[in-house]
Design a protein around this ligand. Structure first.
Ligand SMILES: *Cc1c(COP(=O)(O)O)cnc(C)c1O
Length: 346
């Protein structure tokens, strides 16, 4: 069996980075207590507290859908609602899991440029109705970096924090690409999370270079009450948890989480630069993290697909998403750009 060369479909198409794998192999020596009562889990959890400069509650689950759904469920009663962007993963890519896990909390969708919620859009949804017949807004969910590859600036985060305070809303952050955001922003992890009002962060390890695994980080510890039971009931308590927490420790302790994210961001910047030099190619959204969204002619997209290139085209007609990851190479980008040039000249 052979895998393909590096692709641009998603950062979860890439494999396990050496640091995560190395720690996983170390955790494979001898035996260790199950269900998170092992030293790897203790160390990784403590490392997150150090990294975020706060005494937070940390839980590990298998994937992002579970992390988002269960953390949102912890913030909501079934009669509450969650305000999110219309392109958010929780709305478009989780098969209704947030509503399922919360026994019915409704997602309220807002529009906003470049995949971002604005205080105005949030306020409009909150104030639209105040009667008992409407699910009560309880949470703002933001994605950092967003599904469209953009970033909420520190100022934007703070204005959302203000809005949350005003309307008594909690803030959930989908950090599927949180590492890429930190790498791109020159801000500390604390600054762009709890200091910006984030109550809970779903920090993705999978897309950053692990085999699987996400950390759910409750900065607001009161909201984590009984979360271990919620996670167990949902089938998300790994018995051999050390194989999630050890690679996490590997990413954190060695600095690979930032190195990987920086590399992915730089690859995307390189690809963007190359594409901008081509007549007939336009960017769809500002390139701020590790994704490049470009408009390409339909026939070019088809030629690229026929050649075996993989990428997403879910952003309407002519929209292509190229995602870079820790294992993207500049040589592979050059090959892609070369094929785009060839296809355009046909
Ligand atoms: C990848 C991703 C997730 C996690 O998805 P899973 O497939 O459930 O691991 C969550 N949010 C965003 C924005 C993502 O891109």
């Amino acid at each position: 069996m052979h895998n393909q060369p590096e692709q641009f479909a998603s950062d979860n198409n890439s494999g396990i980075c050496p640091e995560a794998l190395e720690y996983m192999l170390q955790a494979n020596q001898g035996s260790a207590p199950a269900y998170g009562n092992d030293v790897w889990t203790q160390k990784a959890t403590d490392y997150f507290r150090e990294l975020f400069e706060i005494d937070c509650e940390v839980f590990f689950v298998f994937n992002g859908t579970a992390a988002n759904s269960l953390s949102l469920a912890a913030l909501c009663q079934s009669y509450h609602s969650v305000i999110c962007h219309e392109t958010s993963h929780i709305e478009t890519d989780e098969c209704g899991a947030p509503e399922f896990a919360s026994n019915g909390s409704k997602l309220l969708l807002a529009k906003g440029e470049n995949g971002k919620l604005t205080p105005e859009a949030i306020a409009a949804l909150v104030t639209k109705r105040t009667d008992i017949h409407y699910p009560k807004p309880k949470v703002i969910s933001i994605t950092q970096a967003t599904e469209l590859g953009t970033l909420y600036t520190k100022e934007e985060l703070l204005s959302i924090k203000e809005t949350a305070r005003k309307y008594n809303l909690k803030i959930h952050m989908d950090g599927a690409r949180f590492a890429n955001a930190v790498a791109a922003m020159n801000q500390s992890p604390a600054d762009i999370t709890w200091k910006s009002g984030v109550d809970v962060l779903c920090f993705c390890g999978t897309k950053n270079g692990m085999a699987l695994g996400e950390a759910i980080i409750f900065f607001n510890k009161a909201l984590a009450e009984d979360f271990d039971y919620r996670s167990k009931q949902a089938g998300q308590l790994a018995s051999k948890m050390r194989f999630i927490s050890a690679p996490w420790l590997g990413l954190l302790e060695t600095g690979a989480w930032l190195k990987n994210a920086r590399h992915a961001n730089q690859c995307a910047a390189y690809l963007e630069e190359k594409l901008l030099n081509i007549d007939g190619v336009e960017m769809m959204f500002p390139r701020e993290a590790n994704a490049v969204f470009a408009k390409l002619p339909e026939q070019v997209i088809q030629i690229l697909k026929d050649k075996g290139w993989q990428f997403y085209t879910f952003i309407g007609v002519g929209g292509v998403r190229f995602m870079c990851s820790w294992n993207t190479t500049l040589a592979r980008i050059d090959e892609l750009v070369n094929d785009i040039n060839l296809a355009l000249s046909k």
